[in-house]
Design a protein around this ligand. Structure first.
Ligand SMILES: NC(=O)c1ccc[n+]([C@@H]2O[C@H](COP(=O)([O-])OP(=O)(O)OC[C@H]3O[C@@H](n4cnc5c(N)ncnc54)[C@H](O)[C@@H]3O)[C@@H](O)[C@H]2O)c1
Length: 346
């Protein structure tokens, strides 16, 4: 990939996003740094193998305060001082937990994120949200701490299982719906190339999705108005993940299902243009995402949504779209949601 650099201002922080090949990492060799990987990413990026490292078990369970505590101990053992660098190489799990540890270590160590899943490249690594799960709540404990550098090396995706790739693709589709009609067109016109991971197309998807997220977070770093749009489909997705015990659905699959429910609820509430809802749902279907579920308790889903940790004063605000790029937050009557979900059981 041709080297490119984007710069974002998130609150008082500056984040550089660099796109390129592994050669971008040469400058870190010999630096005072610790690399954090998981067991599936340690074999990537040989140029970092000389540096001290910590290998975490893969999977969502790793996002815990125990992991953060383990990382802080390892940073201390390695004698890291405050100006040393924490380099996270992995998916959203490694990035989120390492970033939280880096934000806490001596009140803030330098942080470089090298995302290796599509989801982390287009979403988790950018924007400064760090976090771990706590007491059954996803991302309950976290900080806002943007990485100084996010280094995107698309070749690292070569070993990524297709299902994980598709999980990231759901967030790419979300980005297109939120803020990039040309990206939506590419996704609709190049389904085979996207699924076969044509290199040029994948690079275009990553660049464009990063640009959408970067733009939104620059305008609202601490999520007081605007950044919530990035949660399109997520209130439904988190409820599904919680009701199914995080089994059987990747995060992206749940998000894709959640986007469809948000479109249908928006349509039922007279907000979402029906033609747009149909087009976006069809796109998700073309990528093989499940838009209906066969067995699920609608009551349990609605209950889980009422307890979404993002609710304000117990009131849940859903991210809905009128049409491409026109997004708003609305409260919805639980009976309207119940009707939509009941109609869409397959
Ligand atoms: N901070 C944010 O703004 C933000 C945004 C979105 C999601 N997230 C978080 O991101 C997490 C999900 O991230 P994810 O989907 O990347 O999951 P993940 O980190 O669990 O990675 C998915 C799987 O792919 C493996 N893997 C990673 N890179 C690989 C590669 N190149 N080759 C082979 N295997 C590889 C991992 O070991 C893991 O088994 C969730 O915890 C979510 O809350 C955070």
């Amino acid at each position: 990939m041709k080297t490119r650099v984007l710069q974002y201002r998130f609150g008082g922080y500056s984040s550089f996003v660099e796109f390129g090949s592994e050669a971008l990492l040469e400058r870190f060799v010999g630096n005072r740094a610790v690399v954090v990987w998981d067991e599936n990413t340690t074999s990537l990026l040989a140029s970092l193998h000389e540096l001290p490292s910590v290998t975490l078990p893969p999977g969502e369970r790793t996002k815990s305060l125990d992991t953060v505590s383990h990382l802080l101990e390892r940073f201390l053992e390695e004698g890291l001082e405050r100006d040393a660098t924490v380099m996270a190489v992995g998916g959203g799990v490694v990035c989120d937990a390492s970033a939280l540890a880096a934000s806490l270590y001596m009140r803030g160590a330098r942080l470089v994120l090298i995302p290796t899943t599509l989801l982390a490249m287009v979403d988790a690594a950018l924007g400064g949200k760090t976090g771990v799960n706590f007491s059954g709540y996803k991302n309950l404990a976290g900080t806002f701490y943007p990485a100084e550098q996010i280094i995107i090396i698309p070749e690292t995706l070569e070993t990524l299982p297709q299902r994980e790739y598709l999980s990231g693709l759901a967030e790419v589709i979300k980005s297109a719906m939120l803020g990039d009609p040309a990206l939506f067109e590419i996704l609709a016109a190049r389904v085979d190339a996207v699924l076969e991971r044509d290199r040029e197309v994948v690079e275009e998807l990553i660049l464009r999705s990063v640009a959408v997220k970067g733009r939104i977070v620059e305008q609202d770093f601490t999520e007081r108005g605007g950044r919530e749009w990035l949660n399109l489909g997520h209130t439904f997705a988190h409820a599904l993940e919680s009701v199914t015990g995080f089994e059987g659905w990747t995060h992206g699959e749940a998000v894709a299902w959640g986007i469809v429910q948000a479109l249908r609820c928006g349509e039922a509430a007279g907000i979402t243009d029906p033609g747009y809802a149909a087009t976006a749902t069809e796109l998700l279907r073309q990528y093989g995402f499940r838009c209906e579920i066969d067995t699920i308790s609608v009551d349990a889903l609605i209950d889980a949504m009422q307890h979404d940790k993002k609710s304000r004063a117990g009131r849940v605000r859903y991210v809905l779209q009128r049409r491409p790029g026109e997004t708003e937050l609305r409260e919805l009557n639980p009976e309207l949601i119940r009707g939509v979900l009941n109609r869409n059981l397959s």
